[in-house]
Ligand binder design. Structure first.
Ligand SMILES: *Cc1c(COP(=O)(O)O)cnc(C)c1O
Length: 500
C-alpha cells in the first residue's frame, strides 16, 4: 500500500515514509492510494480474536513495507494489560436506548488519544529505522488538551525522539493541565501558548513545512514529525476499534452480522470520525456518521451549507478538546469525496489559508449529505445530556461524549430513524470533574480538584482512575509560557540549534 499527499498524487511514498514525516512538504496530508476491503468473511474470522490479533490483521494491508513480525511486535507492545485497564482495550457498554458506548478511554491518560498514541511511537520507531536510522525525531505537538499528555506518555524516554507539546493556556481543563505540566520523561517539554488551539496547530504546521528550518535541523541529524492526527500513523490505529466494536456487538448478540449501525462521534480535528469513515469505505456495515460539535460549530455549518468558514468567534467550552475551528482531517475526507482531485483540494485549502473559507461543489455536497448528519450543542445542553444519562441509566459521560449524546437525541427526534447507534465515548468523566459535578446539579463544588473527584466518586460510585489521583503528589516541571509567534525560536533554542 502506497501513500501520497491530498494535494499531489505524483510523488508516492511508502507507509513508513508517510509515518516518519507526518505531513507532506507542500502542506497536504498523506492518504492511502487505495483502501483494502473488509469482507463479511473477514469480520467473522475476527470475532473472538483478541484486540491485539485484530489490530495486527487489520493494520497489515496498510503497512506494506512492515513485516508481519514488526506489526505484531508494535501492537503487542502498545496494547498491554499494564497500560489499559480493560482486557478488551476498548469496551462497548450498553446502558439503554439502543445506544452503545464505545469507551475509548481505558488507557494511561484516560482519553481516546491513547488508542493511537500508545501505538504511534512503535510504528514511528520502525519507520525511522527503515528511512532515517541515524536521525533524531522531533515531535512537535499542538494539543487541545488530551493529545499532549497522551503523546508524552507514549513517547516518554523512547530513544532518539524528543517531544515538545504546545497547549492553549486558557483552553484546557485543570486536570488536563496538571497531567501535562507534571509529565515525566527526559525527552519531553511542555509550553503554554498565549492563544487558542488553532494558533498552536497553525504555528506547528508552519514550522514543519519551513524549508530553511528543516535544513537547519538536518545539519544536526534531526527531523520533524507529528503526533497530531495529521500523521497517518496516528489515524490508522483508530480504524481498528470500530471494526472490533462491530464484531463485539455481533458477539454480544446486539447486532446481526451485516446489520448496519450508525456511528456518532464527538468531533474536533475530524480524526476519529474520519477513521470511522475509512472503516465504512472498507466495507464495515456502518450507515450514517453523526458528526457532533460543541458551540464551535464550524463543521455543522459546513455540512449544512457546503461552505467551510472559520471566520467566526472562538468559544471556550466545557468540552475543550473540541474547541477547534480548523478541522485538519476534513481535508482527507474531501480528497476522497472529490474522487481524488488534488488540484481541487489545493485550491480549496489555498482559499482557506488566504480568506478563511471555501465552498465545495454540488457533487461533493451531495456525497456529504448521503453519509453524514451533523449537529451541535451548547454547554447547557451538554450538561443536561450528562444529567439525563445519569438519572435515566446511571451512566456517567464526560462533556465531550455528552455532546454526541445530545446530537444523537436530536437526530432521532428529527428523523425518527431508530437504527442502533455506536457512540464514541472519548474521555473518562474524571478528566472534567468540575463540569460533570455542575451538570449533575451539585451546588457546592469544592475548589480543589482532588476533593472534586472524591465528591464525584461519592455521588456516582464510579472509581477515580489511579493515574489521576497520583497527580496530586507530582511536582510541576514545566512553567514556560510564550506567544505562538515565539514558538519557532523556542523550538530551535530547545534543540540547541543557534540562531542564524
Ligand atoms: C481529541 C478529542 C476529541 C476530538 O477528536 P478528533 O479526532 O480531534 O475529532 C473528542 N473528545 C476528546 C475527549 C478528545 O480528546
Amino acid at each position: 500500500m502506497n501513500y501520497h499527499s491530498t494535494r499531489n498524487k505524483t510523488k508516492m511514498v511508502t507507509a513508513s515514509q508517510a509515518i516518519a514525516s507526518g505531513i507532506s512538504p507542500e502542506g497536504g496530508l498523506f492518504v492511502p492510494a487505495s483502501l483494502p476491503t473488509l469482507s463479511q468473511q473477514t469480520l467473522m474470522e475476527l470475532q473472538g480474536k483478541s484486540y491485539q490479533e485484530c489490530a495486527t490483521a487489520l493494520l497489515a494491508p496498510f503497512l506494506g513495507d512492515f513485516s508481519q513480525e514488526e506489526i505484531a511486535h508494535c501492537v503487542n507492545d502498545a496494547y498491554t494489560d499494564e497500560k489499559f485497564d480493560t482486557p478488551r482495550i476498548a469496551a462497548v457498554k450498553h446502558p439503554g436506548d439502543d445506544l452503545y458506548f464505545l469507551e475509548l478511554w481505558h488507557g494511561p491518560t484516560c482519553a481516546f488519544k491513547d488508542m493511537a498514541l500508545q501505538l504511534l511511537p512503535h510504528l514511528l520507531t520502525v519507520s525511522a529505522q527503515k528511512n532515517t536510522p541515524d536521525k533524531k525525531i522531533i515531535m512537535l505537538v499542538a494539543t487541545s488538551g488530551d493529545t499532549g499528555k497522551a503523546a508524552m506518555e507514549g513517547f516518554r524516554d523512547v530513544p532518539n525522539t524528543e517531544v515538545m507539546v504546545f497547549y492553549p493556556d486558557q483552553g484546557v481543563s485543570e486536570m488536563q493541565r496538571r497531567q501535562m505540566v507534571t509529565g515525566e520523561g527526559n525527552n519531553v517539554a511542555v509550553v503554554a501558548i498565549d492563544g487558542n488551539f488553532d494558533d498552536a496547530q497553525t504555528a506547528v504546521k508552519k514550522i514543519f513545512t519551513n524549508t530553511s528550518t528543516i535544513e537547519r535541523l538536518a545539519t544536526h541529524q534531526m527531523i520533524f514529525s507529528s503526533a497530531n492526527s495529521i500523521n497517518w500513523g496516528r489515524l490508522l490505529p483508530q480504524i481498528v476499534y470500530y471494526v472490533v466494536a462491530y464484531c463485539d456487538l455481533v458477539t454480544q448478540g446486539n447486532l446481526a452480522m451485516g446489520e448496519q449501525v450508525h456511528v456518532a462521534v464527538p468531533t474536533g480535528n475530524f480524526g476519529n470520525i474520519l477513521a470511522a469513515y475509512y472503516a465504512k469505505q472498507m466495507g464495515l456495515p456502518i450507515g450514517k456518521l453523526l458528526c457532533a460539535s460543541n458551540q464551535n460549530n464550524v463543521l455543522t455549518d459546513f455540512f449544512k451549507t457546503g461552505t467551510y468558514n472559520r471566520n467566526r468567534p472562538f468559544f471556550t467550552t466545557s468540552s475543550p478538546s473540541m474547541d477547534i475551528l480548523i478541522s485538519s482531517n476534513l481535508e482527507r475526507l474531501l480528497y476522497e469525496l472529490s474522487g481524488g482531485n488534488t488540484d481541487q483540494i489545493t485550491a480549496w485549502y489555498h482559499d482557506l489559508a488566504t480568506t478563511g473559507s471555501f465552498s465545495v461543489d454540488a457533487t461533493v455536497k451531495q456525497k456529504l449529505d448521503d453519509t453524514f448528519f451533523a449537529g451541535d450543542c451548547n454547554d447547557e445542553e451538554t450538561a443536561e445530556a450528562i444529567r439525563t444519562m445519569f438519572e435515566k441509566h446511571q451512566y456517567l459521560c464526560d462533556p465531550h461524549t455528552a455532546v454526541a449524546v445530545k446530537v444523537v437525541q436530536d437526530y432521532r427526534a428529527k428523523t425518527g430513524d431508530d437504527t442502533k447507534i455506536l457512540l464514541a465515548s472519548t474521555a473518562n468523566p474524571y478528566k472534567f470533574t468540575e463540569s460533570v459535578l455542575a451538570a449533575l446539579g451539585q451546588d457546592e463544588i469544592p475548589t480543589d480538584e482532588y476533593q472534586q473527584m472524591a465528591t464525584l466518586e461519592g455521588l456516582t460510585g464510579l472509581a477515580i482512575p489511579p493515574s489521576l489521583s497520583a497527580l496530586q503528589d507530582k511536582p510541576v516541571r514545566f512553567t514556560t509560557q510564550i506567544t505562538a509567534a515565539e514558538m519557532e525560536s523556542l523550538v530551535l533554542d530547545h534543540l540547541g540549534i543557534c540562531p542564524q
